[in-house]
Design a protein around this ligand. Structure first.
Ligand SMILES: [Cu+2]
Length: 520
């Protein structure tokens, strides 16, 4: 793990060596223009492949959740969590049709579990909180890959502990290939022209440890950091050797949204969303990616000029009202900061032109939904926003009153393991109408299926939201309708989750669970 020295860090942030080591705002931290660490690429793990009769391929993966020490920014080590390593995990690569046989061992000293985010898998192998693995225990999900090529990911989904466990490193990327993705001339050499980017923001204590949940705003707006960490690398640069590169971007932050753009305003192409390839490349200059979402971008660097990927201020959807919540949220939307620098090398290899057509996506319309299920996202207000069953009905949790002072829910209910929120009939296609009853952004994630966005506030989605999605963001007071089908897997006992992917909201109850059964 490469790192910058304490002296370099202080210089980067313009902080004198005297006095307290207080960390600056991300906007200050990242405008210094110093990109000093080569981008780390997570190790690729394609499992051990066993060819079986009938051409079946079985891939065995061995994943150990473990404690570690990771050197990010100081001459001190940060206590972290990782999968087969000290921080984050390997990129798991496999093909459609493969049978995945994954041994997950938990050695982190508390319960945990891995959720396969975006994967269409049976409930009991989904890795929700129900599949909790005790410390020292193991879990062996086995499922087949029956969905299109996509950039997916895996992360801790431990009940009430997803936020801290992911923050400390329990996450990794997955790359699923298929015949369609193989047939297209897209950059696909891992780490060379096909680059995984796990974007995370972190805040550090003076002793080098991660600072988690130490401030008032951390619960209500979710844990934000002031230092960007990309694949575990602070201030990274990437040396491009090809005239275009594919970026597989995962927003692996707990709560921070990114409004991605290049510093020279250059156009880029989005070729995939959460669940796979779009029907054709979408030219963009800016793209919002909220926690849990993935996008694949193609960037042309044939001009040979270094270019900086950054996050720009986003359109300020947040209302002005008195108090810290509004000020914090509005300030957050106004931040801009650098993510990494791409440095084209001399003698760039020329890659084939970008295909004009990518995947065939079935047309969708609201007529295809046999019913509408409403999901209202709520945050508690005032001193009675406690841990009860609805706004105003609980007591204070001790986490403070006021806006979002400790109560997060969906349809007025805080998630509990013992309550099944929804029951769905196998094979049904439904409209889920997600209504954001709060003033702040929430990324809404449904387990087990990929969905399609029908409309946002009654308006058909922009091109970049027309593909397969498993996580969709809602700005304050927005309503998004998605069309979701529940195919293949029925189970009377085991549920799938749906929740806000701001992990501090999820951990505090903005989550529910649903059964998919033969009879609904
Ligand atoms: Cu949320």
């Amino acid at each position: 793990m490469s790192s910058v020295s304490r002296r370099q860090l202080l210089k980067m942030f313009g902080i004198g060596t005297a006095g307290a080591m207080s960390m600056p705002l991300i906007s200050r931290a990242q405008t210094s223009g110093s990109f000093i660490n080569p981008l780390q690429i997570p190790p690729l793990d394609s499992g051990s492949l066993i060819q079986q009769e009938g051409g079946l391929r079985r891939r065995h993966f061995d994943l150990t959740l473990q404690k570690g020490q990771t050197r990010f920014v100081l001459d001190t080590d940060t206590p972290t969590l990782g999968i087969n390593g000290s921080y984050l995990g390997p990129t798991l690569r496999y093909r459609r049709g493969d049978i995945l046989d994954i041994q997950v061992h938990n050695r982190i000293g508390e319960e945990s579990v891995l959720h396969w985010h975006g994967l269409h898998v049976p409930q009991r192998f989904d890795g929700g909180p129900m599949q909790s693995i005790a410390d020292g225990g193991s879990w062996n999900p086995v499922f087949d890959a029956r969905q299109p090529a996509a950039t997916l990911w895996y992360h801790s989904h431990a009940m009430h502990k997803t936020g801290p466990q992911v923050y400390h490193g329990l996450a990794g990327m997955m790359i699923l290939d298929d015949d369609v993705s193989d047939s297209l001339d897209l950059p696909s050499r891992y780490g060379i022209d096909d680059i995984p980017l796990i974007l995370q923001d972190r805040r550090f204590n003076r002793d080098g440890s991660f600072d988690y949940m130490s401030r008032y705003g951390d619960i209500m707006i979710g844990q934000h950091g002031d230092i960007m960490v990309i694949n575990g690398t602070v201030s990274p640069f990437f040396e491009a050797t090809t005239d275009k590169i594919r970026l597989r971007i995962l927003n692996g932050s707990n709560a921070r949204l990114f409004n991605l753009a290049f510093n020279d305003g250059r156009e880029f192409l989005q070729i995939a969303s959460d669940g796979g390839l779009l029907d054709k490349p979408v030219p963009l200059r800016r793209l919002m990616v909220t926690p849990g979402e993935r996008v694949e971008l193609l960037v042309d660097v044939s001009d040979g000029n270094p270019v900086i990927l950054r996050s720009e201020p986003s359109e300020n959807h947040f209302p002005v009202f008195p108090g810290a919540f509004s000020e914090l949220m509005r300030a957050m939307h106004g931040e801009s900061f650098d993510v990494m620098e791409i440095r084209p090398q001399s003698g760039l290899e020329r890659l084939p032109p970008v295909p004009g057509l990518l995947a065939t996506l079935p047309a969708v319309s609201a007529d295809m939904g046999i019913r509408t299920r409403r999901m209202r996202l709520n945050m508690g207000f005032g001193s009675r926003s406690g841990s009860g069953q609805g706004p105003g009905r609980g007591n204070r949790t001790g986490q403070g009153g006021g806006y979002g002072g400790g109560h997060f829910s969906i349809n007025g209910r805080v998630m509990t393991m013992s309550h099944i929120n929804e029951r769905v009939k196998l094979g049904d296609t439904e409209i889920w109408e997600v209504i954001n009853d709060t003033p702040m952004v929430h990324p809404f994630h449904i387990h087990g299926s990929q969905f399609r966005v029908l409309d946002r506030n009654g308006v058909p989605p922009p091109a970049q939201e027309t593909g397969y999605k498993d996580t969709v963001h809602l700005h304050g007071r927005e309503t998004v309708r998605v069309l979701v089908s529940f195919t293949d897997f029925a189970d009377d006992m085991h549920t799938y989750m749906y929740h806000c992917h701001t992990l501090e909201h999820e951990d505090r109850g903005m989550m529910g669970q649903f059964l998919v059964t033969e009879n609904g």
